[in-house]
Design a protein around this ligand. Structure first.
Ligand code: C2O
Ligand code: CU
Length: 467
């Protein structure tokens, strides 16, 4: 991957201020009263990701102008209140920030070429928007993502709702793997053979950049746990041992009726919110685990501390719903979307990197990469109109298909009996056929892609144009 720099590193506040004016201008044009932006600096760091090695050239985000040392900060926002962040790029390649799952204005969506210019090393970009929904979201670059996300650039977002119930404590867990060799060095981010199948797995599994971290929570208390699968490949099957837990939200939206956690699949891009009732006895350990495949592992544990608060899990009520429009099925137009494997077409060169292969396609068209001249939209959607996306997974692999800027509801599927709340990501199971209802209520060009990043980068990407 060559180092690309449009100009030499900008020094001095005048130059930086000049480079920020574009984003701020966009924000102003969209009528957002931007508060003072939080400075989010994309940068290199070193990290201890295994017990006996230090990994160099890790990428992270830090708040403010200092050096960041670990996992990207949890960004906290408030539903309905303006938020602003100034991205500063201290990496050696272009980057952007995408606010995964957030229904915000198109110019803030972070897709280079499509919604904003590249942010070159030393440059910045002002993001400003008002989150319409409360819940758990996350942020990551949308440029050279297999490398940038693979090396660390995935962070959590909590959008608070003043109407939410209060819990005894809250734990936020950013789940991801790392592809590291024995000495802690980064391995090649993928193997072509695996990219053409389920994707290439990491070698070190972490939550908040720690292997099997141990948290604490009040004995007998109700703990809100927010998890996001920010890994580039891994699909989790979440379970809990040692306590009862209710699933209260999925992918940033409350479930209508909280249900007990048994085994729950969630793939790259997706989020789960649980309320766990901690055991009464101090020192008792609760484990969250991944039960997918033949080698289950512990994601994180929580130790009960102090005297029991004696809460009752039956007091867990549905969280207040987000203002998501329901599709009008009587007028909705159907859009077929077929997800297939392909061997045709070479990817185009891109400033945001290509991994050099084409393996996948949507409606037979493999995405050529982030270029100034993309393929035609999958479909032109009329602003305000309802649509039914008819998705067919014609492959033997699962694909977490993510739509930017809008939220859809899974209406039916040949593989599921329980339908989740509205979502931005559907974990399409092998050979699944699903119908999704959507109101095209956000104007702009919005990407639709598999969130297994190797699939995204080797063709399984397209976009809708809403106007
Ligand atoms: Cu999580 Cu195109 O994004
Ligand atoms: Cu995929």
């Amino acid at each position: 991957m060559p180092i690309i720099s449009r100009r030499t590193l900008l020094k001095g506040s005048a130059a930086v201020a000049a480079s920020f004016s574009l984003g701020a201008g966009l924000a102003a044009r969209n009528g957002i009263a931007a508060p003072t932006p939080v400075l989010v600096k994309a940068q290199f760091t070193k990290a201890r990701l295994t017990t006996d090695s230090i990994t160099k050239k890790v990428m992270t985000y830090g708040l403010g102008d200092g050096m960041a040392t670990g996992v990207p900060p949890v960004l906290r926002m408030k539903k309905g209140e303006p938020f602003a962040a100034r991205l500063l790029n201290a990496l050696d390649e272009p980057t952007t920030i995408h606010w995964h799952g957030m229904r915000i204005v198109n110019s803030m969506d972070g897709v280079p070429e499509m919604t904003q210019p590249y942010v070159y090393p030393g440059d910045g970009f002002d993001y400003a928007f008002t989150p319409p929904d409360a819940g758990t979201f996350w942020y990551h670059p949308h440029c050279n993502t297999l490398t940038q996300m693979g090396r660390g650039l995935t962070g959590m977002i909590v959008v608070e709702n003043p109407d939410d119930p209060v819990f005894d404590t809250e734990i936020v867990l950013n789940l991801r793997d790392w592809r590291l060799g024995k000495g802690g060095e980064f391995l090649a981010p993928f193997k072509p053979r695996d990219a053409a199948r389920g994707g290439t797995y990491g070698t070190v599994r972490t939550a908040n950049w720690q292997q099997e971290p141990m948290h604490q929570a009040p004995a007998g208390g109700l703990v809100r746990i927010r998890l996001a699968a920010t890994d580039v490949t891994r699909i989790y099957t979440l379970g809990i041992e040692g306590a009862a837990a209710m699933v209260v939200a999925l992918d940033g939206n409350p479930v209508e009726a909280p249900f007990p956690l048994e085994r729950l699949d969630f793939g790259p891009g997706q989020r789960v919110e649980l309320v766990v009732r901690m055991p009464d006895d101090e020192g008792t350990i609760v484990r969250l685990g991944n039960f997918r495949g033949s080698n289950p592992f512990t994601i994180a544990s929580i130790t009960a501390t102090g005297q029991s608060l004696k809460r009752d899990i039956r007091d867990v009520r549905p969280l207040p719903a987000n203002p998501i429009a329901e599709a009008d099925l009587s007028t909705a137009e159907r859009i077929p979307l077929d997800f297939t494997a392909t061997a045709e077409h070479a990817p185009s060169p891109s400033i945001c990197g290509t991994i050099g292969y084409t393996f996948w396609a949507i409606n037979k068209v493999p995405w050529p990469g982030d270029t100034a001249d993309p393929v035609a939209p999958l479909s032109d959607l009329k602003l305000g109109k309802s649509y039914i996306l008819q998705m067919r997974n014609r492959t033997p692999h699962a694909h977490p298909i993510h739509l930017h800027g809008m939220t859809f509801r899974i209406l039916k599927s040949n593989t599921r009996t329980i339908l989740p709340p509205p979502t931005d990501t559907i974990l399409l199971q092998p050979d699944e056929q699903a119908e999704l209802g959507l109101v095209a209520d956000n104007p702009g060009d919005w990407l639709l892609h598999c969130h297994i990043i190797e699939h995204q980068k080797t063709g399984m990407t397209g976009y809708f144009r809403v106007a």
